[in-house]
Each structure stands twice: as structure tokens, then as C-alpha cells.
Design a protein around this ligand. Structure first.
Ligand code: NDP
Ligand code: MG
Length: 380
């Protein structure tokens, strides 16, 4: 029986990972970690019986200890608890499904403990890819992508070890505001931005999809996962989200992975790689689909994508600045403190004003985040 730990078990990816575990019946969950949703976490503990569960706040952990006193589970808290869950002894694999740069330290801890990584938490690779990828190699750890586009690319690469990637075609749905003008976007509310046409996801990534920042983060994520240059990654808007991404080879062949939009497929592929398993749910039917369409991204209206390419070209801590500014700006937008169009403005200004560090270590990346947070708080 395969043993896994899930960081962010109560979120969108976390619960879908548990849905796969529930359906397949031959994976044991040894550790789970969540932020504050102890109601769902308790249900998960009762159903999946992990040995260890981490909750962010000690107050909540205390309460959960009382509620789970009848079970054989250790409840831990804080960053220390999250790190303990990431390195839980029995787990062979860690699913990283927390949001944001919070994922950096537990991902490092899991790699150092020799765990295979099923990576959903893209912000960790975006900001610390230059540390994570070599560290994984040194520790014989495979980083298996969970992000649907990167899983599609990874699936398209199977059996191609002898060949060098010519180009990556990263597809984007275009989000809920595709085709809208800047004027139309001026009064977008959080509720508008939280409606994604094809995918049901956590709040932060749903907003990122509506600004195209998510695609920008995915460009940087692809650079680290597949060792390509920025100019080898082409973003194409494909509103139906059926072609999940593709690889072009030097002879012009394009290999893609297609499917209905369902995150359980990339999650399951990462959990069982290189084996495929049966998965319940809707199958693709070409004649029902009829037409698939493609267009270029509107990078004038949605500035986030170009800013991500710029951060990638600059390197060093520039992607960390890009990402940290976005995390903070999205949180402020969701709190109705700034407007939708202020999100890219904040990112751009932070990229202009931040101190550049050529080869930041983990401490300097986290320092970059704190500095960006303080700057934004003082300005907006
Ligand atoms: P959600 O917001 O749905 O879930 C986030 C999870 O992290 C929750 O379990 C949350 O717990 C937990 N969490 C929050 N704070 C802490 C903390 N301090 N310590 C421990 N756990 C914490 O996010 P998603 O599942 O949508 O996204 C997770 C990651 O996967 C992101 O990096 C995202 O970009 C990436 N991703 C997501 C996709 C999707 O379809 N959702 C697709 C591709 C990538 P609680 O519920 O208690 O707050
Ligand atoms: Mg994606």
C-alpha cells in the first residue's frame, strides 16, 4: 500500500486527492495538514485515519485534540507542525496543496526527507525553483506535476527521453473576463472574479486565472519543471479547456494530452505514475465537442502574463517579487481593499522598486516576501 501525506487536505486539490484515495482504495494517508477548517479536518481524520494532523493555530489544534481524543492521531500546529507533516516518517510521497509561498519550507523538508513530491503548490517552484529542482535531484526525489497543464506536458513527454523539447504550448482558458476591455474590468467585484467558466478551484487561484497571473506563474513553473527557456514557452488561449497543453518537437510533431476538465486525472496520474488507473467521471466525446478554438492572449488588458515573462527573464528574486506582490494584492482584492485593475499595478510597481538579488537562498526569498508585503501595506 502506497503511503502519502497531504498538505492542504481541506482545500480544492486536497479534497480531490482524497476523492482519488477513496475511489482507488489502495493508498494510505499517513499525515494531513490544514489551515483552520478543523470541522472538515476532523471528518477527514475519522475517515482516513492518518497518524498525524497539522493545524495552523495552536488554539484550534487544542480544540481538535479534545474532539479526536478517541482516535490514535497526533495533532500538531504552526510551521513546526506543518514541517512535521511534510516529513512524516511513513509517507513515501507528499502532495503539496497549500496556497502560496507558505509551501516553500514544507516542500524543502519533504525533499530532504526523501519524499516524492506531487506538486500542486506552484508558488514554491515559481519563487524557489532554482533551489528546489537541484535539491530534488540531489535527494533522488521526483517532482510530479499536479497542475493540469504541466501534467499534460509531462504526459506528452513520456517515451521521449532521447529528444529535446522544441517548444511548449501552454493552454489557458482565458478566465471569466476573456474579451473584456479595461473599462469593463474597472468595477469587477471579488464575486465576479470567483466565477471560473471551466474549473472549480480555491479562491486565490481562481482570481489568478481571471487576471492571467496564473498563466504567468505556470510559465515560470514550466521553466523549472521542464528546463526550457522563456522563449520556448508559448501561451495559447483555448476557452474550452480540452487540450490541457502540448509539446512541439523539432520535426514539427505536436503531442498533447486532452480530457474533460477534471483535476482528479492529473492528481491520480501523479499519485500512481507511471501507471494509469481507471477513473470515474465524464469521458471526452469529440463529436459532442464539435469545435475547439484558439486565440492569442490579450496581454494589454491582462498585464500579469507579460510581467511574469519579465520576472522570468530577470531571474534571481524577481519571480519571488512578482509572486509575493500578487499574493498580497489578491488577498487585498478579496478583502475589497483594492480594485481588480490595481492587482497588476501593484505587481509592476513592486517589480520596479524591489531590491534585486541574483541568487537568493530560502531565507532571502522569504525576506523578499516580507519586504514586498511591507511595501504594499505602506503604499495601498
Ligand atoms: P484552496 O484554497 O482550496 O486550499 C488551500 C489549502 O491549504 C486548504 O486545505 C487550507 O486549509 C490549507 N492552508 C491554508 N493555510 C494553511 C496553513 N497556514 N497551514 C497549512 N495549511 C494551510 O487552494 P487550492 O486547492 O485551489 O490550491 C492549492 C495549490 O494548488 C495552490 O498553489 C494552487 O495554485 C494549486 N493548484 C490548484 C488547482 C485547483 O484546481 N484548485 C489547479 C492547479 C494548481 P483551510 O481549508 O483550513 O483553510
Ligand atoms: Mg493550471
Amino acid at each position: 500500500m502506497k503511503k502519502i501525506a497531504i498538505l492542504g487536505s481541506t482545500g480544492s486539490i486536497g479534497t480531490q486527492t482524497l476523492a482519488v484515495v477513496r475511489e482507488q482504495k489502495d493508498i494510505k494517508v499517513t499525515a494531513v495538514a490544514a489551515g483552520s477548517n478543523t470541522v472538515l479536518l476532523e471528518e477527514q481524520i475519522r475517515e482516513f485515519k492518518p497518524k498525524l494532523a497539522a493545524v495552523w493555530e495552536e488554539e484550534k489544534a487544542k480544540d481538535l485534540r479534545v474532539r479526536t481524543a478517541d482516535l490514535d492521531v497526533k495533532i500538531v500546529s504552526g510551521m513546526e507542525g506543518l514541517l512535521e507533516a511534510a516529513a512524516e516518517q511513513e509517507a513515501e510521497m507528499v502532495v503539496t496543496a497549500v496556497v502560496g509561498m507558505l509551501g516553500i519550507r514544507p516542500t524543502v523538508a519533504a525533499i530532504l526527507a526523501g519524499k516524492q513530491i506531487a506538486l500542486a503548490n506552484k508558488e514554491t517552484l515559481v519563487t524557489a525553483g532554482h533551489i528546489i529542482m537541484p535539491l530534488a535531484k540531489e535527494n533522488n526525489v521526483r517532482i510530479l506535476p499536479v497542475d493540469s497543464e504541466h501534467s499534460a506536458i509531462f504526459q506528452s513527454l513520456q517515451g521521449e527521453d532521447e529528444n529535446e523539447i522544441h517548444k511548449i504550448i501552454l493552454t489557458a482558458s482565458g478566465g471569466p473576463f476573456r474579451g473584456k476591455t479595461k473599462e469593463e474590468l474597472a468595477h469587477i467585484s471579488p464575486a465576479d472574479a470567483l466565477k471560473h467558466p471551466n474549473w472549480s478551484m480555491g479562491r486565490k487561484i481562481t482570481v489568478d486565472s481571471s487576471t492571467l497571473v496564473n498563466k504567468g506563474l505556470e510559465v515560470i513553473e514550466a521553466k523549472w519543471l521542464f528546463d526550457v527557456r522563456p522563449e520556448q514557452i508559448q501561451v495559447t488561449v483555448h476557452p474550452q479547456s480540452v487540450i490541457h497543453s502540448a509539446v512541439e518537437w523539432k520535426d514539427g510533431a505536436v503531442i498533447a494530452q486532452l480530457g474533460t476538465p477534471d483535476m482528479r486525472l492529473p492528481i491520480q496520474y501523479a499519485l500512481y505514475y507511471p501507471k494509469r488507473r481507471t477513473l470515474s467521471g465524464k469521458r471526452l466525446n469529440f463529436t459532442e465537442l464539435g469545435t475547439l478554438t484558439f486565440e492569442d492572449a490579450d496581454t494589454d488588458t491582462f498585464r500579469g502574463l507579460d510581467l511574469a515573462y519579465e520576472a522570468l527573464r530577470r531571474g534571481g528574486n524577481a519571480p519571488a517579487v512578482f509572486n509575493a506582490a500578487n499574493e498580497k494584492a489578491v488577498a487585498m482584492f478579496l478583502d475589497e481593499k483594492i480594485s481588480f485593475l490595481t492587482i497588476p499595478k501593484i505587481i509592476e510597481e513592486c517589480m520596479e522598486e524591489s531590491v534585486f538579488l541574483e541568487n537568493p537562498d530560502i531565507e532571502q526569498i522569504l525576506w523578499t516576501k516580507d519586504t514586498v508585503d511591507q511595501y504594499i501595506e505602506s503604499r495601498w
